[in-house]
Write a protein that binds this ligand. Sequence first.
Ligand code: UT7
Length: 324
Amino acid sequence: MKYSRIAGTGSYLPERILTNAELETMVDTTDEWIKSRTGIERRHIAAPGQTTVDLAEQAARRALDAAGLTPQDVDLIVFGTTTPDLIFPNCGALLQARLGIHGCPALGLEAACSGFIFALSVADKFVRMGEAKCALVIGAETLSRMLDWTDRNTAVLFGDGAGAVVLQPSDEPGILSTHLHTEGSHQDLLNCPVGVSRGFAPEADGRVPLFIRMAGAEVFKIAVRSLGSIVDETLAANNLDKSAIDWLIPHQANLRIIQATAKKLEMPMERVILTVQDHGNTSAASVPMAFDIGVRSGRVKRGELVLLEAFGGGFTWGSALIRF
Ligand code: UT7
């Protein structure tokens, strides 16, 4: 059986750091509350004019370098984001132009915080079917552009960044399985309530609500439950015991959610790649950034078994089990 294999990883964070102390001056919050409820200490914010594709280009070039490849090798782009530069062309097309390459399919995929896992699953199938030999898979966001900076429920949680991986075909594993789920009936618990088709009508305060809205406590409970069950599903599909997993690379939304999944897997936190303290919730970017940080810090090594998981708006949730 042919597998797709991760040939290289890359990530990029914008320079500007927004600390919890600075947020204390903007909304009614405290460093202590943010750290104890979420684990977040700081987040990175894109510069004015710096877009999702700007961040993604840096991450993509780093992933290609790590794989020993060039943009000319790329024959598929799958770009997960909820904060695209434009309504269209999709960010994959914009990135393709930025990389100076032509003609290969470039998809934009929106699955909120699960965007990268969904994109990885799609690209994996193209590679395994022999339809791509070098797939660039991106998770990148500028969530700072979609926040209500007067709403303490959300303003303290999110940040900007980009991560990328390069997939190539291989006779050796590889991506062992991916598992994706969506439950649209919970759409009211986490969303951005405007769009092209529904319109951009202002609310009573005169503002167009181009903001993330979240019923945090409800989302928290469903996230913990869904991630617990997808971990079981992934292990069962591969006939593996939880003790086989070397690394958990989770979506970085909240330290307490990550701890709950680690506990379920009976994994010590030393075997979890944790980045939430440094950049908050970067939605689709969070898993590939954590992956890259795990690899570049020398912790995640070739041959190890890695479990990726994410949960986000939709609801969407997914996992990928990878022999790195
Ligand atoms: O990535 C996509 C998926 N998203 C997630 O997985 C996020 C899931 N949810 C969470 O991570 C957590 O629910 C939050 C971090 C959003 C909130 O933590 P919580 O422990 O669930 O707090 P809460 O919403 O139940 O609020 C507790 C209290 C409330 O005050 P009262 O009503 O108890 O007086 C809030 O008003 O904390 C208050 N609060 C804050 N206080 C200081 C809410 N936000 C803040 C804040 N600073 N920023």
